[in-house]
Write a protein that binds this ligand. Structure first.
Ligand SMILES: Cc1cc2nc3c(=O)[nH]c(=O)nc-3n(C[C@H](O)[C@H](O)[C@H](O)COP(=O)(O)OP(=O)(O)OC[C@H]3O[C@@H](n4cnc5c(N)ncnc54)[C@H](O)[C@@H]3O)c2cc1C
Length: 389
């Protein structure tokens, strides 16, 4: 499945290699067949059925970049972007489940995991275990490194105490990457990343949030009460967790960009189909120039957002700097998603405001893009720093 960077030279950004196209088409076909019939029920019950998660594993989208030797797809980051986009076009909750698994959890393990951690964790993640990434706390969101969760050295390991909040996949996950500070007096230089498994003593999953959007995606509190973790579970080096967090989140936000363009495309698909059949004043509403221009503007914005997401992902796969582009693609695609979903609700008229039609859900789902993996203000801060020094 791997796409060589050399294959991409001189190609338009949106041109897909043969294996990228086949992969994207298979995910899109799956999204229509397996996800679409369940979207409303999952939103209402705020739950993703385990049988659907199992099917995502069978499809091969839960271990996209994991090497073949560990049971994964051995593909590129760009493949993850294609998968998240295609799934989010139908349901952004499924999009973020797959996004966190690949662009945060697996990505961090591939980059920072020791041979032992990779050997123990990657086959699990490719084979049925959902992962979660636990950085945020009640008192530390944007200022993530002000975390209060502590890890104390304890023989040949550490004991973690504290609480994480807002953790995506918390209900389903078996494996968690958890950030805690081992030397609070050293500030962010004490932050360390650990691999924690669900059955460890002293660890439990707490309250699940009741949310505005992406309701099927679980968002949970995690509780650590003297949770003992072996030294072999330190991801990277002690005190270097801040670096692991920054680097994985820089990449992860390209995945959120992919979620947002998929979601916006889904809303536009619904709007285009609807305006062609809804009649007012004796014509379809698509015949009104005002409506045509609104659709044209939405499609244009979406195209630009997609180019920025694909460019950031291609830069990352090519080993080139992508920090600014990743922040830009996230802020822009999340704003476009909000505008396009809002337009879709408007074009559906009263039907856009009720749950019998799909666009009100996408409108609710779009809002999260400006909040998680760094709020829009924080993205602007990153971009400004690159420009102004
Ligand atoms: C559905 C959902 C899923 C999530 N999933 C995860 C997950 O899997 N793992 C995880 O670790 N976290 C997760 N989060 C947490 C998320 O990343 C944080 O909510 C986010 O980073 C914002 O932090 P906060 O909520 O504390 O807001 P705050 O940091 O308190 O921000 C509040 C407001 O202040 C603004 N602000 C803050 N600092 C500045 C500044 N310096 N300059 C300008 N404006 C500023 C922000 O832009 C925002 O508008 C999730 C959150 C949600 C809602």
């Amino acid at each position: 499945m791997t796409t060589k960077t050399s294959e991409l030279r001189n190609l338009p950004l949106t041109a897909l290699s043969e294996d990228e196209r086949l992969f994207r088409d298979s995910v899109w076909e799956f999204a229509n067949r397996e996800v679409r019939p369940r979207v409303r029920e999952m939103d209402e019950h705020a739950k993703i059925p385990r049988e659907l998660i199992d099917k995502l594993f069978e499809l091969g989208v839960m271990g996209i970049e994991i090497p073949d030797s560990f049971g994964g797809g051995g593909a590129s980051f760009f493949h993850s972007v294609l998968a998240v986009e295609a799934l989010s076009r139908v349901d952004p909750s499924i999009g973020v489940l797959v996004d966190v698994q690949n662009t945060l959890v697996i990505n961090a393990l591939l980059r920072w995991g020791s041979d032992d951690i990779r050997r123990r964790c990657l086959p699990k993640l490719a084979g049925g275990t959902v992962g979660a990434y636990a950085l945020s706390e009640a008192g530390s969101g944007s200022d993530a490194f002000a975390m209060a969760t502590r890890a104390s050295e304890d023989g040949d390991g550490f004991t973690i105490t504290g609480r994480k909040l807002w953790i995506t996949n918390g209900s389903e996950a078996g494996l968690f990457i958890v950030f805690a500070n081992v030397r609070p007096e050293a500030g962010y230089r004490g932050i360390t990343a650990f691999v924690v498994e669900r059955d460890y003593d002293g660890f439990s999953v707490g309250k699940k949030e009741d949310k505005l959007g992406i309701r099927a995606s679980s968002t949970c509190e995690l509780l650590f009460d003297n949770c003992r973790v072996a030294r072999a579970n330190v991801l990277g080096e002690v005190g270097k967790g801040y670096k692991a967090a920054i680097e994985t989140l820089n990449e992860g936000r390209i995945g959120i960009g992919a979620q947002m363009i998929g979601l916006a495309q889904g809303a536009l698909d619904h709007a285009v189909a609807y305006v062609k059949q809804r009649k007012q004043f004796g014509k379809t509403i698509a015949e009104f120039q005002a409506v045509q221009h609104q659709i044209a503007r939405a499609a244009t914005e979406l195209e630009v957002a997609r180019l920025s997401v694909y460019n950031a992902a291609r830069l990352r796969d090519a080993g080139q700097p992508f920090l600014t582009e990743a922040a830009m693609c996230k802020i822009f695609s999340s704003e476009v998603a909000e505008r396009v979903t809002s337009l879709a609700v408007n074009l559906f008229g009263g039907y856009g405001f009720v749950k019998d039609y799909p666009v009100e859900k996408l409108y609710r789902d779009a809002k999260i893009g400006q909040i998680y993996e760094g709020t829009s203000n924080l993205q602007l801060q990153t971009i400004a720093k690159q420009i102004l020094g």
